[in-house]
Design a protein around this ligand. Structure first.
Ligand code: CMP
Length: 155
């Protein structure tokens, strides 16, 4: 059986400015991801630098962190079986030009920087990134009633 996991996604400033919040959330819900925490916020630059710490030293680090702090974002923790892999497939490749049509970036982004959504890329980064934005008591444990219609015993 696939593991129930949590991941963090950030609808970045360009996603908010382009009014794509509903469209983006819908795609994760379509694939049975469940919201367990959410925050609409302006990200302080210090926090942006922590989110993107793995990219420190790369030429795009400064513009990337400045962009994340330039305008509000929506940060969401999603829970589902295999959700880290699923969200990355839904979002698509980093560049909007490379991303497959049908993915969020493939359908809406024409840029590497303005690529609308960030998501954790591994269980370790999910834990690190969730902890940057949420205290444990801000994450809600609850059941949705459709699970028996989503998964079978071999999943
Ligand atoms: P994201 O998924 O938020 O994680 C790291 C971000 O760095 C990535 O999306 C892009 O927005 C950005 N990024 C990665 N590679 C480049 C690049 N070559 N030039 C500019 N930005 C980049």
């Amino acid at each position: 059986m696939r593991m129930t996991e949590r991941t963090l996604i950030i609808i970045k400033p360009d996603g908010i400015q382009r009014r794509l919040v509903g469209e983006i959330i819908q795609r994760f819900e379509n694939k049975a991801a469940k919201i367990v925490a959410a925050k609409f916020m302006q990200v302080p630059e210090e926090l942006s630098r922590k989110v993107y710490a793995v990219h420190k030293g790369k030429p795009f680090f400064e513009p990337l962190t400045k962009l994340l702090s330039s305008s509000p974002v929506l940060v969401i923790v999603w829970e589902a079986r295999n959700v880290i892999d699923i969200t990355r497939k839904i979002i698509g490749a980093t560049s909007g030009f490379e991303a497959q049509m049908g993915t969020i970036r493939g359908d809406f982004s024409c840029s590497t920087r303005y690529n609308l959504v960030h998501s954790s890329d591994s269980p370790e980064s999910a834990e690190y990134e969730i902890n940057l934005f949420f205290r444990p008591d801000e994450i809600v444990d609850y059941e949705l009633t459709d699970e028996k219609w989503l998964y079978c015993e071999n999943d």
